[in-house]
Design a protein around this ligand. Structure first.
Ligand SMILES: Cc1cc2nc3c(=O)[nH]c(=O)nc-3n(C[C@H](O)[C@H](O)[C@H](O)COP(=O)(O)O)c2cc1C
Length: 204
C-alpha cells in the first residue's frame, strides 16, 4: 500500500526492458514461477489501489453487543446490493483484516468502548492501517457502549488522521441493541452502502 507509486514505475522500467520473464524472485516473499504476467497484473492492481464495490466490516467485541450490531448492518449492506466480508479481529490475523480492507471500497469499523476509548485490538488495527497510508477508501464506525461512549469518536479521529473519506455520523448503541436500535443499524448500513456506491463511481 505505501509503495504503490514506486512499484508502478519499477514495473514500467521492467516492461521497457522487453525481456521474457520466467520467474519473479523478490528479496523477501515467495518465488513466482509459471505465470508471471498474472502476478504482475495483480501487483499492479494492488499498487493502483483497485478495489471491489464491497464493504469490509471489521470489529471486535467483549460481550457480543457490538457483534450483534453486525447482523442488521450486514443485512442493510446486502439489501443495497453490496457484498461484505466480516472480520472479528481477535479471531483473525491482522494481515487478513488489512487485505479485506484493501479489497473493499468501504469499511465499517466496530468497537465497544473500553475506558472511554476503542477496544485495544481495534485501536491496534487502525494504528497498523495508518502506517500503510491507505487511500481512496470510505469509512464509518459503530459500537456498543455503557455510559459516556468514546470508541466511535476515536475511530473517526483515526479515519481523519489517515485522510479517508468519512461517512458520519457513526452509530452507538447503549449495551445490547433494542429492536429500535436494530432498525437504526440497518438504516445506517443502507446509508453507508449508498455512499460507497456513489464514491466508487470516481474510480470506474
Ligand atoms: C472494563 C470495561 C470498561 C468499560 N469502559 C467504558 C467506558 O469508559 N465508557 C462506556 O461508555 N462504556 C464502558 N464500558 C461498557 C461497555 O462499552 C459496554 O458493556 C458495551 O456494551 C460492551 O460492548 P461489547 O458487548 O461489544 O463488548 C466498559 C466495560 C468494561 C467491561
Amino acid at each position: 500500500m505505501p509503495f504503490g507509486q514506486l512499484i508502478k514505475s519499477k514495473i514500467a522500467d521492467v516492461q521497457k526492458l522487453g525481456i521474457e520473464i520466467d520467474m519473479i524472485a523478490p528479496d523477501h516473499g515467495i518465488i513466482w514461477r509459471g505465470d508471471p504476467g498474472h502476478v504482475m497484473q495483480k501487483y499492479l492492481d494492488m499498487a493502483n489501489g483497485k478495489s471491489n464495490l464491497s464493504v469490509a466490516v471489521i470489529y471486535d467485541t467483549m460481550w457480543h453487543s457490538t457483534e450483534q450490531m453486525t447482523l442488521p448492518i450486514m443485512q442493510g449492506l446486502k439489501d443495497e446490493g453490496l457484498d461484505c466480508k466480516v472480520i472479528k479481529l481477535r479471531a483473525s490475523p491482522t494481515s487478513a483484516a488489512i487485505k479485506e480492507f484493501w479489497n473493499s471500497r468501504g469499511c465499517l469499523i466496530g468497537s465497544p468502548t473500553l475506558n472511554n476509548l476503542m477496544f485495544p485490538t481495534v485501536a491496534e488495527f487502525l494504528y497498523h492501517l495508518r502506517g500503510l497510508r491507505p487511500k481512496n477508501r470510505i469509512a464509518g464506525a459503530f459500537g456498543s457502549y455503557g455510559w459516556g461512549g468514546g470508541a466511535v469518536k476515536e475511530a473517526y479521529e483515526e479515519f481523519k488522521k489517515m485522510g479517508l473519506e468519512i461517512f458520519e455520523p457513526g452509530i452507538q448503541v447503549l449495551y445490547k441493541q433494542s429492536a429500535d436500535d436494530e432498525s437504526k443499524c440497518y438504516e445506517f448500513a443502507r446509508g453507508f452502502a449508498k455512499k460507497v456506491k456513489e464514491y466508487h463511481k470516481n474510480f470506474e
